[in-house]
Design a binder for this molecule. Structure first.
Ligand code: SF4
Ligand code: SF4
Length: 610
C-alpha cells in the first residue's frame, strides 16, 4: 500500500468517490469527489498531537469496536496518506460549543474546519474495479447468540484480537473476563450456503480462514483446545490440504455438524452448544469458553452505484458479472473495464492478487496498443431509412448510440468502440435502418429458409443466445443428454438480436413452434438486453393473438450455459407442444402470413432498379 502511495505513476485518491463516468474504451472521463478530510494531508506529519487533546471518544471501526478512537484520528497504522482525518459527524467543531482544541494543538496549522469537497476530472483509457467486500452480519442468525452473548465473536473480530497491532496487542482474551479462554469453538458457514437466511453461495475463504485461525491459536497458546463445527471442509487450494492436516495434527477437533442453538451459563459465561454429529448420528453437548462465527462474504452495497455508472451487470448473488466465466474472467461486459478481487466473487488474498495482476495486464495491453480492436459484429446505420425515433439509443445497453436530433437533422451516431454487438438496436429499429456487420438479417433469414425448406411441420425453430442457451445446448451435448432431433438452433449473439421479422418469417414458412431463448435476467451478457427480448416477445404474443395465431406457438425460455439439463428438458417439452400443432393450423398460419415479406424494402429497391 505504501508503495502505491509513493509510485510516481499512480495518482491515489483516498476518501473519494467516483461520481460520474462517461465515454468509452480508451476514452473514459471520470468525475471524482474528493471528500473533505478537514486536515491538509500534504501538511500533516501524523504527530498525533491533535488526537491527544480531542475530547471526543468513539468506538474504533478498524478494531471492530474493541477499542476507541478520537474524532480526529488515523484510520489505521499503515494508512495512505499517512495523515490524520477529522470525522465531522463526531467533531464538536467550533460551533455552537467552541472546541477547536485540535486546531490549537496542531503546530503545522493543517486543520481546516471549513474545507469543502472537491470535484476533479481525469481522462483514463481503462478502468479496473476492485471495491472489495463486505462481511456477513450474523445478527439475523440469533440462534448463534452473537447479539446475546459477549463471548460469541465473528472471525473478523477474532482477527483483531489475535493481531499484534490489535486492541489487545495480540493477547487473545475473551471479552467477559479478559482472560485467555481454554476452549474455543469455531462455527463454519455462518451466512453462507443457506437457503433461507444468509447467502446461498459458498463464501470460499471461511474454511481456510478458520484452519489458519486454529493454527494461530495453537501457535500462540498450545494448550487452548479448539473445536471446529462444519458442514464440509473445503481445502481445495495449493497447500491447503496440508494446512488442514497440520491443524488436525496440532490437536484441533473437527466435528461435522452445525449447532442448532447456543446457551450461556449465566455464572461462568461459558457457552453450551448442542450439535448433532453427523458422522456418528449422536447429539453432543460441548461447553466452550468462547465461540467464533466464521462469517461469509458478500458484495458491498455501494457496488450498485458503480454498476450503474459503468453499465455493468451483476449475478444473482450480487457480485459483478464477468464478460465470460472461462474465457474472459477479468473483463467486464463493458469494454475497457476489468475486475479484481471480491467485486466479482468471494476470493482469498492469493486469488485476488492473481486476478489483480491479470486485470492490470489486460488493461496494460489495451493501453499499450494505442488503438482498440473490435470484433466485426458491430452495428451500422443506413441514414436514408432512419426516422429519428431514437429507439435504438434507448435500447442500447452500452450507451453506444448518441440519440438522433430531428430538429437539427442529426442522425444517431454509433460509437463502434463501445458497441458490443448484441444486436438489440437492429432488432428494435422499426425502420430496419440498422444492420449488423455479422449475424446480418439476410444471413439469419437464409438459415430460417434452409431449416424450413423440407418438412417444416417436423421442425422446431429455436433462436439461441451465443453465451447462454446455445452454450447450454453444448453442455447438454457433451453431457450426452438426449433431446429431440426436431430442434433446429440458430445462434445469435444475444436473444435481443431476434427481430420480429425472424419469427414471422419462421411461421410463414411453416414452423409449428418458434423458440426465443437467452440468458437469465441476472446473467445477461449484454447488461439488460434480455429485457428488450422479453418486451418484444410479449408484443409478439399480442400480435399473434390478433392475427388468429396461437401465441403458445412462440415460446420464450431463459437457459444458462450451465443448464444442459434444463436445455434438454425444454426441448422435450417443445417437442410435445409441436406434436399438438396440427397440419391444418400450420396451413392456416401460412395463409395468414402469405403476403409477409421480411425484406420488403430490399425487394422493392431491387424491383425498382430492374
Ligand atoms: S431506431 Fe432506427 S429509425 Fe429510430 S433513430 Fe434508431 S436508427 Fe433511426
Ligand atoms: S449492437 Fe448492441 S451494443 Fe451495439 S449499438 Fe446496437 S444495441 Fe448497442
Amino acid at each position: 500500500m505504501m508503495d502505491v502511495g509513493r509510485h510516481p505513476k499512480i495518482e491515489l485518491f483516498t476518501f473519494s468517490e467516483v461520481e460520474e463516468v462517461s465515454g468509452f474504451v480508451g476514452n473514459f472521463r471520470v468525475k471524482i469527489r474528493k471528500k473533505a478530510r478537514y486536515v491538509r494531508a500534504d501538511e500533516c506529519n501524523a504527530c498525533g498531537e491533535c488526537a491527544k487533546v480531542c475530547p471526543v471518544v468513539v468506538p474504533d471501526e478498524y478494531q471492530q469496536g474493541f477499542s476507541s478512537r478520537k474524532a480526529i484520528y488515523m484510520p489505521f497504522a499503515q494508512a495512505v496518506p499517512s495523515a490524520y482525518i477529522l470525522d465531522m459527524s463526531h467533531c464538536l467543531g467550533t460551533n455552537p460549543i467552541a472546541c477547536g482544541k485540535c486546531s490549537k494543538a496542531c503546530a503545522k496549522k493543517c486543520i481546516d474546519y471549513d474545507m469543502q469537497d472537491e470535484i476533479v476530472e481525469r481522462e483514463v483509457g481503462a478502468i479496473i474495479v476492485a471495491t472489495g467486500l463486505e462481511v456477513y452480519d450474523p445478527r439475523p442468525l440469533d440462534e448463534f447468540g452473537y447479539t446475546r452473548f459477549e463471548n460469541v465473536i465473528t472471525s473478523m473480530e477474532f482477527e483483531r484480537l489475535i493481531c499484534a497491532g490489535g486492541p489487545t496487542a495480540g493477547h487473545f482474551i475473551r471479552p467477559t473476563d479478559r482472560r485467555l479462554p481454554k476452549t474455543v469453538g469455531f462455527i463454519q458457514c455462518v451466512g453462507s450456503r443457506a437457503t433461507k437466511r444468509g447467502n446461498r453461495y459458498c463464501s470460499n475463504i471461511c474454511c481456510m480462514n478458520t484452519v489458519k485461525d486454529t493454527l494461530l491459536l495453537k501457535d500462540h497458546y498450545p494448550d487452548v483446545q479448539c473445536k471446529v463445527f462444519y458442514m464440509d471442509m473445503r481445502a481445495f487450494g495449493k497447500g491447503f490440504e496440508e494446512m488442514y492436516r497440520r491443524s488436525k495434527e496440532e490437536g484441533v477437533q473437527y466435528i461435522r455438524g452445525i449447532p442448532g442453538d447456543i446457551y450461556e451459563d449465566p455464572v461462568t459465561k461459558n457457552l453450551l452448544l448442542l450439535v448433532e454429529n453427523t458422522m456418528t448420528g449422536k447429539v453432543e453437548e460441548h461447553e466452550l469458553e468462547m465461540v467464533v462465527l466464521a462469517v461469509g462474504l458478500q458484495a458491498r452495497p455501494e457496488q450498485k452505484e458503480l454498476q450503474k455508472l459503468l453499465t455493468l451487470s451483476n449475478t444473482a448473488d450480487g457480485f459483478l458479472l464477468e464478460s465470460h466465466p472461462k474465457l474472459k474472467p477479468v473483463d467486464a461486459p463493458t469494454q475497457g473495464v476489468f475486475f479484481a478481487g471480491c467485486v466479482e466473487a468471494p476470493k482469498d488474498i492469493k486469488d485476488s492478487v492473481t486476478q489483480a495482476g491479470a486485470a492490470a495486464a489486460r488493461a496494460g495491453i489495451l493501453l499499450n496498443a494505442g488503438q482498440v480492436t473490435i470484433e466485426a459484429i458491430t452495428s451500422m446505420l443506413d441514414p436514408s431509412r432512419c426516422s429519428f425515433c431514437g429507439l435504438c439509443s434507448r435500447v442500447c445497453p452500452y450507451h453506444a448510440i448518441i440519440p438522433p436530433d430531428r430538429k437539427k437533422g442529426q442522425y444517431p451516431v454509433f460509437i463502434e468502440a463501445a458497441c458490443a454487438g448484441c444486436g438489440a438496436c437492429a432488432a428494435e429499429c422499426p425502420e430496419d435502418a440498422i444492420s449488423m456487420r455479422h449475424f446480418r438479417d439476410e444471413q439469419i433469414l437464409a438459415q430460417i429458409e434452409a431449416i424450413l425448406a423440407e418438412k417444416p411441420e417436423q421442425k422446431i425453430l429455436a433462436f439461441a443466445c451465443n453465451w447462454c442457451s446455445y452454450a447450454g445446448g453444448d453442455n447438454a451435448g457433451t453431457a450426452r443428454l438426449q433431446y429431440p432431433p426436431s430442434v433446429r438452433l440458430i445462434r445469435t449473439m444475444c436473444s435481443g438480436r431476434v427481430d420480429e421479422k425472424f419469427v414471422w418469417y419462421g411461421f410463414k414458412l411453416g414452423a409449428p413452434i418458434v423458440l426465443v431463448s437467452g440468458c437469465h435476467f441476472a446473467d445477461c451478457h449484454y447488461i439488460n438486453a434480455v429485457q428488450w427480448t422479453q418486451r418484444r416477445v410479449e408484443r409478439l404474443w399480442d400480435k399473434l393473438e390478433k392475427k388468429g395465431i396461437r401465441p403458445e406457438r412462440l415460446q420464450l425460455e431463459w437457459i444458462s450455459a450451465a443448464e444442459g439439463q434444463k436445455f434438454a428438458r425444454v426441448m422435450r417439452e417443445l417437442e410435445e407442444l409441436r406434436q399438438k400443432v396440427t397440419a391444418e393450423e400450420i396451413r392456416q398460419t401460412m395463409e395468414i402470413l402469405k403476403d409477409y415479406e421480411p425484406l420488403k424494402r430490399e425487394t422493392a429497391v431491387a424491383a425498382a432498379s430492374t
